[in-house]
Design a protein around this ligand. Structure first.
Ligand code: SF4
Length: 258
């Protein structure tokens, strides 16, 4: 961004990433210092201990993690590049944090590609995506013959394995845009569904449930407050040493994603 101030209307770990990449800019987050179930499931200390138990094993962290966690991992990944980077990282073992459900999906995808690795995972899950169950896929298929089911890799593996497409927000949007099909079952956060409905008025999106209460803590009023006179907890700061290390993991991701 060329602006001097970045307003990040997401959750804290996202705003931290914006600050790490733009250290000279003021980054504010309307919702204040609120994490989420996934990013709060593990600290950098937890990851250090896990790495000590598995010396020499490369460690990847999902971008939905705190700066502390990023700082002690070799590379970050996004939901869009996670499978390719996990495959590319050398070795037969891989530490993946902090999304335990995504770790199961990596394991399955690498086996499917014929390049299996032992995935050592720890952490928690996204409280939006971990609520989906395989039965919802069966129900929507029965109710909407011909429906294409899409899931995010933060969903449980039993759900993903029943879907037609598993991928990132961007991946799901591309799938919908290039598909001749008309009805899509969306197992992801409502924000994407809302956007796709506006972009594709000729298509129908069936969304069973899934709203992130953490992201919804940003409102017009606190966005205005953060812009005009931010409270101290709305101003994003990252410890200098942590920021330098976390930036290396983010840059490594860009290098590996090429
Ligand atoms: S949807 Fe909400 S709870 Fe899930 S990872 Fe994103 S911010 Fe966290």
């Amino acid at each position: 961004s060329t602006a001097d101030i970045i307003v990040f209307a997401g959750v804290w770990f996202m705003a931290e990433t914006a600050k790490i990449i733009n250290p000279d800019k003021k980054v504010v987050i309307p919702a204040g210092k609120a994490g989420c179930t996934l990013a709060d499931s593990m600290t950098g200390e937890d990851v250090k201990k896990l790495r000590e138990k598995h010396p020499g094993v490369p460690a990847l962290c999902y971008i939905n993690s705190s700066a502390d966690v990023k700082a002690v991992c070799d590379s970050c990944v996004t939901s869009g590049n996670v499978f390719d980077i996990a495959q590319k990282i050398p070795g037969n073992e891989l530490i993946f944090v902090p999304d335990m459900l995504m770790a199961q999906n990596i394991d399955a995808e690498l086996k499917r590609r014929g390049t299996p690795k032992k995935i050592i995972s720890s952490g928690g899950s996204c409280c939006v995506h971990d609520k989906y169950r395989p039965e919802i896929v069966d129900k929507l298929r029965a109710e909407h013959p011909g429906i294409k089911m899409l899931a995010h890799p933060e969903c449980p593996i039993e759900v993903c394995q029943k879907c037609d497409y598993v991928g990132s927000t961007k991946g799901m949007a591309s799938y919908v845009a290039s598909s001749p099909d008309k009805t899509f079952g969306m197992l992801t956060e409502f924000g994407l569904v809302n956007r796709l409905e506006a972009e594709h008025p000729d298509k129908t999106f069936i969304w069973p449930y899934g709203v992130c209460s953490y992201m919804k803590k940003n409102s017009l009023i606190n966005t205005l407050e953060a812009l005009i006179d931010p409270r101290p907890d709305q101003v994003v700061t990252v410890d200098g040493r942590v920021a330098v290390q976390a930036k290396k993991a983010i840059e490594k991701m860009f290098e590996l994603a090429k």
